[in-house]
Structure formats: structure tokens, C-alpha cells
Design a protein around this ligand. Structure first.
Ligand code: MN
Length: 723
């Protein structure tokens, strides 16, 4: 177990002005608190917080973080209290320990939904202080290192959770070393056989190729030196988990895997990175498709490096990472390397320098604040953690990093929620493109917007970013509610008018308690949804009012809709002249055979889309039998003498003989019907089925045409189609 002076020395090595007394106090306090507690391994428990602290000293973190690491299990597992910690160590360390205690308590619940909740709280704690998360990751790392002492089921669960949540999180925060180790340990526990097999292969390979690594290192160093670049070259074998993942992904065997070696070239400047790359590429053939420049386009977690693969000495494929010493530090320690410790040790300015990794956390937290379903959150988090990224640009050159598979809709929402909500089209690299195009690295995306737009609900299933999905869901919800309240308002206006009573929001407000609703808007929405009868609202506002008949959404087009007796509200913007609907509501005819004036009609409300008008006899209406709240009473609102035409569909059976179709068309033309579309299907030798879409003025007009058709010898049958 680490001694007191060893802990202090570790910190002093990178932070000579560290508060020695604080570290000593934390050490003694935790040692006393944990006393003789033992871990599953049989070792003294106190060894665990010390190891966690040691991991964090490798990341050169400030002494408050180190102290919090030493104390991280005291409040939950010992007699120690938070007040005592606050008193002894001050509010800053108190807050860190408090955050860690909360996460630990949440950890005890292992159901899936609860896990999402855990993670959400965990990240919210981080929003306050990212160091809580760093200690948590170190804690998890040490627990993973000592996982062997746990019972098998517990081991599986912890390893799975580590692989799904903590390893990617470490990666996203830029702590690659930790991510790799967490992955290796999880892999080892989840699939011990695969792990052993790959390790065995790797050992055999090492025996054979020890010389090769050295040789490549030498060759690279010499070549670079000859061009005046002082580079530090180091080669290593890849880790079992990354090899295994590659084998899975590409379904290849170990023998077929060619690039098991990775070399890192550390140089002094960015300029030297590119020069070194030039030297490498002119010395050996490069493998196409493997070159990536994360220096000009850094990863979301601020990782910067050049990646390439060449066919190197001995025809061995060699993967190379070229970067400066600074970039290397960020690659290994991530945000810890430059966001925290370098900002100083007093902790107050710790968040001043927001790296991209920290921005990612912020985005995740924004998402948390928006959604309230933990399942939903876990889904988004996994999504954002596991997908590779694509980098796109706004016309002004702002870099937008998105998960792979993202569309311009995701892009729009990443720029701003308003941009997403009003997006109607896009240009990719200057060319008009569908909003559902999968974005590629380097695409320049310009979003075409139209104000007053609502995103289609269907987008929700087409986007890949959590932010876009949450925003679309919210916008759709709002739009649907707006439609219902608008509809409710129309219905009530008419109901009050019919009752001969005045209607206003103020009057409605006075009746809210009687209606058991919290706001006028709630009442309107309830009426619009059909949850409340308009007559009940009238009686609530005017308790003395007695009506002869109940008013309200009473089912399928009674022919006595709410609007009876009111003056026409005018034509709909869509050109469908019906009453009973809010003017802003999108409205259309059923696609399979519409309604014509004279038909009794009913509207079916589809939230987020609008109202579809059906003739009451339409067989399609059966599908809505169990959803009475979607049925809306509507009636025609057509001025006499109108020449507007309406779509109808008829189906004929005609005898196969020359000129029969011409005769049919002639009948329709003679009666001033317009044929829009004809569809013929030969049924038998003798008969053909013909479907005709035509437009007519009204039902009388249509019936006249049908009657005339029936009278024709070549026509054996005529039916109207109403969906
Ligand atoms: Mn712990």
C-alpha cells in the first residue's frame, strides 16, 4: 500500500507548490475512516482510494482532485459525513466528494432504466465540476483492474457497463490510455477465450518480429534525421481488444490481419508533422483510404494527429501516427492535460478553458436538460459515443462535428435549434440536395430556411443526433397542441354563438375551476381533442344555460355538426371549402377517392399532419373506429353557383371491344366531367377493369355521369370508389 510520503511525493513531482498538509490530512482521514475494512480480494479497503489517487497523479491533476480521490468512498462506506468533510477540507473538496457519493449511490441500482438515470445524474454532476468524472473514471479503472475477485455475474455486468459507458466516455474526453485499458479489461472479462487466443497469437508474433519493430524504428528515425527532423519514433503492437474489434468488423482471421504494428512519430512542430508525412509517403507506398488529417480537422475531443498506413520495410503494413509532443500529451491525457491542471491549481479557473471535449459534455448536458426520459437519454448517449464522426462546414467555415450517418437535418440542429426547425432544403457543396442525404467528411452545408415552419414528425426517425431528435419531438408536440387548441377555439366559438352567449378567454378563465383545468389553453386543447364537450363548457361559463341538445364531437358526421347555423368562414387556403376547421389546419381529401359536395363528410385528425376529409361511406374510416377523438365534424361550405371541381374516383367493368374506352370517355366529356387519370387492367378475355379519376362539381353531377355510363352497352358495371 502506498505510504503517506509516497502520495505527497507523486504530486510534488509535477506540482512542487502542492498543498502538502491537505494531502496528508486526506490520507490520514481516509485511513482512519476505512479502518480495517476489507475488499473482496481480502486486501485492506484503504488501498483502493490510494490506487485511484495514484492513477490521477499520473494524469497530473490538482491536489483537490487527488484529495477527493483519497476520500471518495468515505461518506458512502464509513461513518464519515459530508459536513465533516466540508469542515475539514473545505467546500471545494466537499463538493467533489458529494458528487462522487451521489454517483456511487446511484451505481447500486442496476436496472437498465435506472442506469440511464445514473448516467444522467453523473453527467449533471460533471456539469458542475468535470473533476468528479475524472475521479469516477479512475475509480472504475481500479475496480476493473481488480475485478477478478468479484462473482462472475457481477463481473459481466460491470464489464459490460464499462465497455458501453465508461470506456467511450474516457475516449470522448480524450484520455486514450484509460479508454484502451478499460476496453482491454472489459474484453478480458466478457470474452476470456477470445482474449486469450489473441494474446497467444500476439506473443508468438512478438517472438518472431521483435527485430522488425526495432528495424522499422531505426529506418524511420534515420530517414527523418537525414531531412533534418529530430523525431522520436516508437513502435508497439496493437492491443487485443482493438485487434479483436477489427477481426469482427472485417471478418478476417488473425493471420489475415496485416497491420498489427502501430508506430508513433513525435516531432517538434506542426510543420514538421507534414514534412515527416511527406518523407514517409515518398519512401514507402501508402495504403489508400487510410490517410487522415486530424491536425487540420481535430476530433471532437480535441485529438490532433496525422494517421497513415504504408507498406513499410519487409512488406509489412505499418500504421503511423505523426504528431507534436503537445498533441501527444492531449492524446494521452485529454482534457486533463490542458483544461484542468494547466489552468492553475486553485480550481476556480478550472473551467475557463473549454476544450472541445468539455463542449461535448456541455452538449450532452443540454440534451439532458431537454429530455426527461432516462431510456431515451441512454439511447442518445450510446449513439453519440459509439458512432464515428463526420466533419462538415457551414458556409462561413464553422466546423460542425456530427456522428457518422448524420443528415443535413442533424447539421441544421447542430448549428441551432431554430435553424433545424425552419429547415426546408439544403445545398451541399453548392448543389441543392435532399435533406436526407448522408453527409460526408468535408461537406459544406447550407441550410435553406422558411419561417413559420414545423419540422415533419417523420424526421424524428430519420435523424441520428440526440439533439435533433429531441428538438423535433418537442416542435411536433407543440405544433400538435397548437392545432388542437385552434380547433377547440373554433368549436367553442360556434357553440357559444349557437347558444346565443358571449364567448371570450376572460369568461372561460372564470370557469376554469368548474372545468377542472389549469388554463384556458388546456380547455381549448381538451375540446379540440374531443375530451370535453363544447356544451359542457357553455354550461360551465353560464350555469343558467339550458340547451335542448348536447353539442360536441358525437361521432361520425351526424349532418348536424357544431357549425350549424353560423355564417361561412370562407374558403380554406387549400381550396377545400369546408366548415368546422381552423383555417391554419392543413386539410386534404382522402387519396383513394375523395368527397364531393353533397356527400356527407367527416374529418380525421392526424396529429402533426392535419385533417383528411372522407365521404362518410368510405370503408377506410373503419380503421379509426376506436379513435373517436380523431373524428371531426365538418360540413361543406360552398357558395351556390360555385364552379369549383372536386376529385372523385369510379371503377368500371367494360366489354373488350374496339372503341369501348372512347365511348366511356365521350359520356364523361358530354357531361362536362374532367378525366384526370385512367387506369386499365385486363381481367379476362372479355372484360377490362377501368379506374377513372375525374373531377366533378358535386354529387348530383357525379351521379348523373354514373347513371349515363351504366346505360351504355359496353359498360357492364360502374361503382364509385370512396377509399
Ligand atoms: Mn471506489
Amino acid at each position: 500500500m502506498m505510504r503517506q510520503y509516497e502520495l505527497v511525493e507523486r504530486v510534488k513531482r509535477y506540482n512542487p507548490s502542492a498543498d502538502e498538509a491537505l494531502l496528508n490530512r486526506a490520507y490520514v482521514y481516509a485511513m482512519m475512516a476505512h479502518g480495517n475494512q476489507k475488499r473482496a480480494s481480502g486486501d485492506l479497503f484503504f488501498g483502493h482510494p490510494l490506487e485511484v489517487a495514484a492513477i490521477l497523479t499520473d494524469m497530473k491533476l490538482d491536489e483537490a482532485t487527488i484529495a477527493a480521490a483519497v476520500l471518495h468512498d468515505t461518506v458512502e462506506d464509513t461513518e464519515a459525513t459530508l459536513e465533516e468533510i466540508n469542515k475539514t477540507f473545505g467546500p471545494q473538496i466537499g463538493a467533489l466528494v458529494d458528487g462522487l457519493t451521489k454517483i456511487k449511490r446511484l451505481d447500486l441500482v442496476s436496472k437498465r432504466a435506472a442506469q440511464g438515470e445514473n448516467f444522467r445524474k453523473l453527467l449533471l454532476a460533471v456539469a458542475d465540476d468535470v473533476r468528479v468524472l475524472l475521479v469516477k473514471l479512475a475509480d472504475r479503472l481500479h475496480n476493473m483492474r481488480t475485478l477478478g475477485f468479484m462473482p462472475p455475474e457481477k463481473r459481466q455486468r460491470i464489464a459490460q457497463e464499462t465497455l458501453e459507458i465508461y470506456a467511450p466516455l474516457a475516449g470522448r474526453m480524450g484520455i486514450q490510455e484509460m479508454r484502451e485499458e478499460l476496453e482491454e479489461l472489459s474484453f478480458q472479462n466478457l470474452d476470456p477465450e477470445a482474449f486469450e487466443a489473441i494474446n497467444r497469437h500476439l506473443h508468438e508474433l512478438t517472438a518472431k518480429s521483435e527485430k522488425l519493430v526495432e528495424e522499422i524504428e531505426q529506418t524511420l528515425t534515420t530517414k527523418l534525421k537525414a531531412q533534418g527532423i529530430d523525431a522520436q519514433v516508437s513502435g508497439r503492437q496493437k492491443r487485443p481488444y482493438s485487434i479483436w474489434r477489427k477481426m469482427e468488423r472485417k471478418s478476417v482471421s488473425f493471420e489475415q490481419l496485416s497491420d498489427i504494428f502501430a508506430f508513433r512519430i513525435i516531432v517538434g512542430t506542426v510543420d514538421e508533422c507534414y514534412r515527416a508525412l511527406g518523407i514517409v509517403h515518398t519512401s514507402w507506398p501508402m495504403v489508400p483510404g487510410r490517410y487522415k488529417d486530424y491536425i487540420s480537422t481535430p476530433k471532437q475531443n480535441d485529438y490532433r494527429s496525422i494517421h497513415t498506413t504504408v507498406i513499410g520495410p519487409g512488406s509489412q503494413r505499418v500504421e503511423l501516427q505523426i504528431r507534436t509532443a503537445d498533441m501527444d500529451e492531449v492524446a494521452e491525457y485529454g482534457i486533463a492535460a490542458h483544461a484542468l491542471y494547466k489552468e492553475g491549481v486553485n480550481g476556480n479557473s478550472r473551467l475557463a478553458n473549454e476544450s472541445r471535449a468539455y463542449q461535448w459534455l456541455r452538449r450532452t448536458i443540454d440534451l439532458l436538460a431537454e429530455g426527461d426520459n432516462p431510456e431515451e437519454f441512454l439511447e442518445h448517449t450510446k449513439l453519440e459515443l459509439f458512432h464515428d464522426q463526420v466533419f462538415c462546414f457551414t458556409p462561413k467555415g464553422r466546423l460542425i462535428a456530427l456522428p457518422r450517418g448524420a443528415t443535413p437535418i442533424d447539421f441544421a440542429y447542430a448549428v441551432h435549434t431554430d435553424v433545424g426547425n425552419t429547415a426546408v432544403g439544403c445545398k451541399i457543396n453548392g448543389r441543392m440536395s435532399p435533406l436526407l442525404t448522408e453527409l460526408q467528411n468535408g461537406d459544406e452545408v447550407e441550410i435553406v430556411r422558411a419561417e413559420g415552419q414545423t419540422p415533419p414528425a417523420a424526421w424524428e426517425s430519420l435523424v441520428v443526433t440526440g439533439k435533433a431528435r429531441a428538438s423535433i419531438r418537442r416542435a411536433t408536440r407543440t405544433a400538435v397542441r397548437r392545432q388542437y387548441t385552434g380547433l377547440g377555439h373554433q368549436i367553442l366559438e360556434r357553440a357559444f354563438e349557437r347558444a346565443g352567449r358571449a364567448f371570450s378567454d376572460e369568461k372561460l378563465k372564470g370557469a376554469l375551476p368548474r372545468l377542472a383545468r389549469a388554463s384556458v389553453e388546456d380547455v381549448l386543447a381538451a375540446v379540440g381533442r374531443g375530451e370535453m364537450f363544447s356544451g359542457d363548457v357553455v354550461r360551465a361559463v353560464y350555469p343558467d344555460y339550458k340547451d335542448e341538445r348536447r353539442v360536441g364531437p358525437d361521432g361520425k358526421g351526424t349532418g348536424q355538426p357544431d357549425g350549424a347555423g353560423t355564417k361561412p368562414t370562407g374558403e380554406q387556403p387549400t381550396g377545400i371549402p369546408v366548415r368546422g376547421l381552423n383555417k391554419d389546419m392543413p386539410i386534404r381529401f382522402a387519396p383513394e377517392g375523395g368527397a364531393v359536395p353533397g356527400d356527407r363528410i367527416v374529418g380525421i385528425l392526424t396529429p402533426g399532419e392535419g385533417v383528411t376529409i372522407y365521404p362518410i361511406q368510405s370503408p377506410s374510416l373503419a380503421a379509426f373506429d376506436n379513435e373517436p377523438d380523431r373524428w371531426i365534424d365538418v360540413r361543406w361550405d360552398l357558395e351556390s353557383g360555385s364552379t369549383q371541381r372536386f376529385p372523385a374516383r369510379i371503377k368500371l367493368q367494360s366489354i373488350n371491344e374496339p372503341g369501348s374506352l372512347a365511348q366511356i370517355a365521350q359520356v364523361i366529356a358530354d357531361h362536362d366531367g374532367n378525366i384526370d387519370n385512367v387506369n386499365m387492367k385486363r381481367r379476362t378475355q372479355d372484360f377490362t377493369d377501368i379506374t377513372i379519376d375525374l373531377t366533378v362539381w358535386d354529387l348530383k353531377h357525379l351521379n348523373a355521369i354514373i347513371a349515363e355510363l351504366r346505360a351504355k352497352r359496353v359498360v357492364s358495371r360502374v361503382d364509385r370508389i370512396t377509399g
